[in-house]
Design a protein around this ligand. Structure first.
Ligand SMILES: [Zn+2]
Length: 454
């Protein structure tokens, strides 16, 4: 059997509150993992509930708490910042800067040194397309011309030079400083947590990019508008399941596929620019891992796994197998479709959405069923959904070596064990776990046990 390796994502707060050595020992000895994706940010706790929460509330999950309490608490309020002085010259051409603060010591640099001393690999986890304080003029744009931040991710458009340059600057700032083995980029694609987010973005920068790439911008915009017109006018008969993502969108607007193709070309261009920036700056050995939504949602986000994973031996795709997100998306899509349509209630849209997202639910539930599961609940969608999307993602990749399934640890322990066993038995060479904060000691031991059997 081929050798399998595992990765776990770690954020700064556990390093701060549990200590670097404790975290690395847990990862290495309990979980038998030798590679971490580290978010190089530190937490400044304010205790003020009007500040961002850890874990984030962005998935409307006030029930979601960490399995590993931070300083004895399962939720914290404050700000995450990069713990270093920025290299200003890297951000020329963009008004945006990462949130940062210089502390007495750089905890991230210490963690990197400590990981190296233990022979562990360390990659840096970054959101490159989400500058803090994005100005309204830089928001993505709906086909109607209305500016709209995408739900949850609140990220900018990678075709916007101010956003793109922010990402390139941050990438180099972090790579130069910490010299990691790799970079893990999340939320680079056009996220589609809500239905209408699929129709982003029609900003002026996208217009220019479309012209460059030979896409007819106005024709794509009309196709996107006709999706919304279809939704507004749909009757109950119209929303009978069509059988797949593609047939559903084809039914709504036959020409919208062009727009999805345009988004994929935009994402590809940005990934290429990240790769060439690394290569040009002397970091050709730094591996680039690019995260995407699971199939078929990736078609609406512009994450074309086949293309991205084939770009270079130094680029891998990571597919997020976050089943509780998909359940929430069913609810969010159904609610938004009902708001657009006015006549068909959200409950009646559920089968349509399940079919569009190629998900199998337990039949016959209304929209209320699709909520955030508690830590001990399996959630509204069957486990088989994750298995199928794992297989599909691996088939899409140019090689199973270039596709890392990322399993979310937020689930009951039995489910977690089953998820790991399934992923290890698949064609994937590398399996990622999201993330240390949701992985108590028992789950870490489960990982170690599973990997030692392979
Ligand atoms: Zn745009």
């Amino acid at each position: 059997m081929k050798e399998k390796s595992m990765i776990i994502t770690v954020t700064g707060p556990p390093l701060q509150y549990e200590g670097i050595e404790t975290v690395l020992t847990n990862v290495q000895e309990l979980a038998q993992i030798n590679h971490i994706f580290l978010e190089p940010k530190c937490f400044i706790e304010t205790g003020d509930p009007s500040d961002p929460r850890l874990p984030p509330l962005d998935l409307d999950g006030s029930d979601r708490v960490l399995e590993r309490p931070l300083s004895g608490k399962k939720e914290l309020y404050g700000h995450l910042v990069f713990p270093f002085e920025l290299t200003e010259s890297l951000y020329a051409g963009t008004p945006y800067r990462p949130a940062h603060h210089v502390f007495e010591t750089d905890l991230i640099a210490e963690a990197v040194a400590s990981a190296r001393a233990r022979d562990m690999k360390i990659s840096m986890m970054l959101s490159l397309a989400k500058p803090p304080g994005l100005a309204e003029e830089d928001y993505p744009v709906l086909p109607s011309g209305e500016r709209r931040l995408p739900a949850i991710s609140q990220k900018g458009c990678i075709n916007n030079p101010k956003v793109a340059q922010y990402g390139l600057g941050l990438l180099l700032d972090v790579v130069r400083r910490y010299q990691p083995d790799g970079i893990f980029v999340d939320w680079l694609e056009y996220t589609n947590y809500h239905f209408e987010d699929n129709l982003l973005c029609f900003c002026k920068h996208c217009h220019r990019r479309a012209d460059q790439l030979g896409f007819d911008f106005e024709r794509m915009r009309q196709a996107a508008l006709s999706v919304l017109k279809w939704v507004r006018n749909a009757s109950l008969d119209d929303i009978a399941p069509a059988g797949s993502w593609e047939s559903t969108w084809e039914r709504m607007s036959p020409r919208v596929a062009q727009f999805f193709e345009f988004k994929a070309r935009s994402v590809k261009a940005y990934v290429e620019s990240l790769r060439s920036e690394l290569d040009r700056s002397g970091f050709s050995h730094t591996h680039l891992n690019v995260a995407g939504f699971a199939p078929p949602m990736n078609k609406g986000t512009g994450m074309d796994y086949s293309t991205i994973s084939a770009l270079s031996g130094q680029i891998s795709s990571v597919t997020k197998l976050y089943r509780f997100h998909w359940g929430l998306m069913v609810g969010w899509y159904a609610n938004q479709l009902a708001q657009l349509n006015h006549r068909i209630p959200a409950d009646a849209w559920v089968p349509f959405v399940l079919d569009m997202l190629e998900l199998e639910g337990d039949n016959g539930f209304g929209v209320e069923h699709y909520r955030m599961p508690r830590p001990d609940e399996i959630g509204p969608l069957k486990l088989e959904n994750e298995n199928r999307k794992l297989r599909e993602a691996l088939e899409l990749a140019s090689s199973p070596r270039r596709m890392t399934p990322l399993l979310h640890a937020y689930c009951p322990r039995e489910v977690f064990r089953e998820r790991i066993a399934t992923a290890l038995a698949s064609d994937a060479w590398t399996i990622g776990i999201q993330r240390y904060g949701y992985t108590g000691d028992e789950k870490l031991k489960d990982i170690g046990e599973a990997i030692s059997k392979v």
